[in-house]
Design a protein around this ligand. Structure first.
Ligand SMILES: NC(=O)c1ccc[n+]([C@@H]2O[C@H](COP(=O)([O-])OP(=O)(O)OC[C@H]3O[C@@H](n4cnc5c(N)ncnc54)[C@H](O)[C@@H]3O)[C@@H](O)[C@H]2O)c1
Length: 361
């Protein structure tokens, strides 16, 4: 049994991870600022699904401005706390000795970074430094944090490998995620903190995010409304089912990197990183994706099949910041953890639509 801090614990991935950690007997401290980037009721419902009695913000009970409320159930403590609250995060680390920290709290979304860039700086940069500092001053054995496939930008080579250069982000969101990897490397090198960055590829599933296409398409298709289809449905995404993501995270959590591991692909083999730096950082980056890109067209068909309804489409050009394809090379994940995500889009969307219908009645 380990004591684990999960940030963004009321978020989509944080909720599912917390559930899995509790099921295997770990003690979890979960924090989230419960912001309204998307419907906060869904975040509260995720907490309820973990057995917590949440106050209703709609009724004005508890959790007012500046209030850091704490909720408890067996082996789980939830605290409403902002990653950018330097004092609050310092206190959290002083009051708890965490074995592992999983940083999933962030301002997510590519398109929103055009509208509200400062939210990304506050949560993803300031917030991440606060977490790194917390890990530095306590004896955390492993920091696992969310990066993103968006760091690959418009990478020409496919599939995307962690050995590819990722110096050309095309959204501020991607730039903050790449910055997280750079900051983590520095802390791994200077303070010997083992850190692992996970580049997630379009994660979907039950209790998912309303700002993502699978969610809004399902909602609109069921309501008989028209969906906006960018780039004529020709974009491809390496959709990854939430169950596979959680399995990947939990396996990686047990596998803290050592300075000697580097980023190579096998014993005796010099990785690109080791060829260009003498830094001895216990640092690692993995892709977690399905290794099987799906066209937007096939994805829409999967939703049509699961809902039993035909989509009405409004064809539009590509959006700024969007990339035509994401495609994960997961060889290193398989080599180090023995795991490869494999849920098909049809199976995963089927489960999502079933949940969606039940949740929204
Ligand atoms: N879902 C995906 O497809 C995907 C893909 C790539 C990377 N990621 C990354 O994975 C992580 C989890 O994503 P998700 O899909 O669960 O998103 P999510 O938005 O559902 O979860 C993030 C949670 O973090 C919380 N949060 C945001 N800013 C915060 C702050 N300053 N302080 C405290 N809490 C804060 C939010 O309230 C939210 O509940 C994020 O870092 C995201 O960037 C997700």
């Amino acid at each position: 049994m380990a004591k684990i801090l999960v940030t963004g614990g009321a978020g989509f991935i944080g909720f599912h991870l917390t559930k899995a950690l509790l099921a295997r007997g770990d003690e979890v401290v979960s924090i989230d600022n419960l912001n309204d980037y998307y419907d906060p009721q869904l975040k509260l419902d995720r907490l309820k699904a973990l057995g917590l009695q949440t106050p209703s913000p709609l009724m004005g009970e508890g959790w007012g401005e500046g209030e850091n409320s704490t909720l408890n159930t067996k082996n789980l403590t939830f605290q409403k706390l902002d990653l950018a609250d330097r004092q609050g995060i310092e206190t959290l680390f002083k009051q708890n000795q965490f074995d592992i920290v999983v940083n999933l709290g962030a301002q997510a979304g590519v398109r929103y970074s055009i509208e509200n860039p400062h939210a990304y700086v506050d949560s993803n940069l300031v917030g991440f430094v606060n977490i790194l500092e917390g890990c530095r001053h306590s004896k955390v054995k492993h920091l696992v944090y969310a990066s993103s496939s968006s760091v690959y930008g418009m990478n020409i080579k496919q599939p995307f490998s962690t050995e590819d250069r990722v110096d050309y982000p095309i959204s501020l969101y991607a730039a903050t995620k790449k910055s997280n990897e750079l900051m983590a490397h520095t802390y791994s090198h200077l303070y010997g903190i083992p850190t692992t960055g996970l580049r997630f590829f379009t994660v979907y599933g039950l209790f998912g995010r309303p700002d993502m296409a699978y969610f809004s398409f399902t909602k609109k298709i069921l309501a008989g409304e028209t969906i906006d289809v960018f780039n004529n449905g020709e974009m491809q995404r390496d959709f990854t089912y939430i169950g596979d993501i959680v399995e990947g995270i939990t396996r990686v959590m047990q596998n803290a990197p050592s300075p000697l591991m580097g980023e190579g692909r096998g014993e005796g083999e010099l990785s690109n990183t080791k060829k260009i730096t003498n830094a001895a950082a216990p640092y690692k980056i993995y892709n977690i994706g399905n290794n099987q890109p799906v066209t937007l067209r096939r994805f829409i068909t999967a939703i049509e099949t699961a809902t039993g309804q035909k989509a009405k489409e409004n064809l539009l050009p590509m959006q700024p910041g969007d990339v035509p394809i994401t495609y994960a090379d997961v060889d290193e994940l398989i080599a180090d953890t023995g795991f490869k995500p494999a849920t098909s889009i049809e199976e995963g969307i089927g489960k999502f639509v079933e949940w969606y219908k039940g949740y929204y009645n």
